[in-house]
Write a new protein. Structure first.
Length: 283
């Protein structure tokens, strides 16, 4: 027990978690002297009590002056340890390219049709010779198409005079095995006649195309010098209807016929096609 006169100060240290210590000072009034009451204590008791009080005060004094701190935890929050967020690196699926597959190199199959021309029925009607231009001088050298063919097909050199007059020369008609030195007795034949060309697709051409076809000097023998009689005999007939009297020329004739129709994208009718295929098979 402390007497009423005992006064002391306490320093209380409060600690909260990791925060700095909070010190609370509790002060007690020590201005009142401590003395035993005369009315209640005997001398013997007084001595003992005084000694005890003195000892107790000394102990309290020591406690007060001692740098002892009382730690009073205010409230300790449990430390929450959050697991670190681990972000896995994005792993892209490997892109697998399909193996390159090269198309096999193949040769186009041999055509089953040796003629190789489209088969169509002939166009009916509308043909007129005036729809195709007559001979003209394409290169402006003074010689028209007829003269150019005679010069080119002469077996002997020719002399060319004014206005492309021709002297000398010798010509051979492949249709009928006739030779001449008189160019006036020979015609210039359209291997594929103009009327046949019309029925095979030229009906759909413009005027310039027809003019070019009638004077086509781009390939040899598209236009050919032959006897007038053989040319008139042939007229506008196709190979299924007429062939040159010279049988040795038949294979060459059908090959040139097919070449001309391919060059000008002309069709053949069924009878014409079948005859050409049969003739080629025998050549």
């Amino acid at each position: 027990m402390f007497g009423p006169a005992v006064a002391f100060s306490l320093l209380i240290c409060m600690s909260c978690g990791s925060s700095p210590a909070e010190v609370v000072a509790i002060e007690v009034d020590n201005s009142i002297s401590v003395s035993p009451s005369k009315s209640t204590m005997s001398p013997t008791t007084t001595s003992t009590t005084t000694t005890t009080s003195t000892t107790t005060i000394a102990a309290l004094t020591t406690a007060v002056t001692s740098p002892t701190s009382i730690a009073i935890p205010v409230e300790t929050q449990p430390t929450i340890t959050q697991a670190p967020n681990t972000i896995s690196p994005l792993t892209e699926a490997p892109t697998t390219q399909p193996p390159a597959t090269l198309a096999p190199i193949t040769q186009p199959p041999a055509p089953s049709d040796p003629v190789g021309l489209r088969i169509e029925s002939e166009h009916v009607g509308g043909y007129n010779r005036d729809l195709f231009a007559d001979w003209y001088d394409a290169d402006r050298n003074g010689c028209n198409t007829r003269k150019e063919v005679l010069i080119a097909e002469s077996l002997d050199p020719v002399q060319i005079g004014s206005s492309c007059s021709i002297t000398g020369g010798r010509w051979f008609s492949m249709y009928d095995n006739i030779e001449t030195t008189d160019s006036s007795s020979f015609d210039i034949d359209h291997m594929v006649p103009l009327s046949e060309a019309w029925d095979s697709g030229a009906w759909n051409w413009n005027a310039d195309q027809r003019k070019h076809y009638a004077n086509d000097l781009d390939q040899p023998f598209f236009l050919i010098a032959v006897t007038a009689s053989s040319n008139r005999s042939k007229s506008d007939r196709d190979p299924a209807e007429w062939m040159p009297p010279n049988s040795a020329y038949h294979c060459e004739y059908v090959r040139i016929w097919i070449e001309i129709k391919r060059a000008w994208d002309l069709s053949v009718d069924q009878a014409e096609h079948d005859y050409l295929a049969q003739k080629l098979a025998s050549c």
